[in-house]
Design a binder for this molecule. Structure first.
Ligand code: 4NP
Length: 158
């Protein structure tokens, strides 16, 4: 049985925000994958950049995800904001550059824990999800995102 001391030591990680640069490839893919795998969680995604605000995910990312039964079509890009550090339990960056940008934005009294998403896929041997907008490797990005999502679900359900 969980005691109040156990729950105090183990904060709930129910509200999860994925962050990449444009919010049209990697972070919306992660949002779609985790939504499908863990519908009980509150999940969102955002970009550090502002170029694609209001736009749906990139067509080839939507198509690659759809082939694995993940629906990204309802998602719309938005930019990350300081309030996100108060509204989410966990903010997960797709690469070190996203992480550095988020560290600069992070307020002193942030509630959210800030990490690299691939911290949850240590067996991948990678720290960053390579951006398929540039690499064109949408399958490789999905593989990494699925593995890290499974690792994340396991870690927060423990
Ligand atoms: P994402 O990929 O960060 O995975 O959404 C990008 C897509 C577009 C751009 C940058 C990153 N862009 O500069 O247009």
């Amino acid at each position: 049985m969980l005691t109040s001391r156990d729950t105090a030591r183990k904060p709930k990680m129910h509200r999860i925000l994925f962050v990449c640069l444009g919010n049209i490839c990697r972070s919306p893919t992660a949002e779609g994958v985790l939504r499908a795998k863990a519908p009980h969680l509150q999940i969102d995604s955002a970009g550090t950049g502002d170029w694609h605000i209001g736009k749906p995910p990139y067509g080839p990312a939507i198509e690659a995800a759809a082939l694995r039964d993940y629906d990204l079509t309802p998602l719309r890009a938005r930019q990350v904001r300081v309030q996100d550090f108060h509204d989410f339990d966990l903010i997960l960056a797709m690469d070190e550059s996203n992480l550095a940008d988020l560290q600069r934005l992070q307020p002193e009294n942030a509630r959210a824990r800030l990490q690299l998403f691939l911290d949850y896929a240590p067996e991948s041997g990678q720290t960053a999800v390579p951006d398929p907008y540039y690499t064109r490797d949408f399958e490789g990005a999905l593989d990494l995102i699925e593995r890290a999502s499974d690792g994340l679900i396991a870690a927060i359900s423990r």
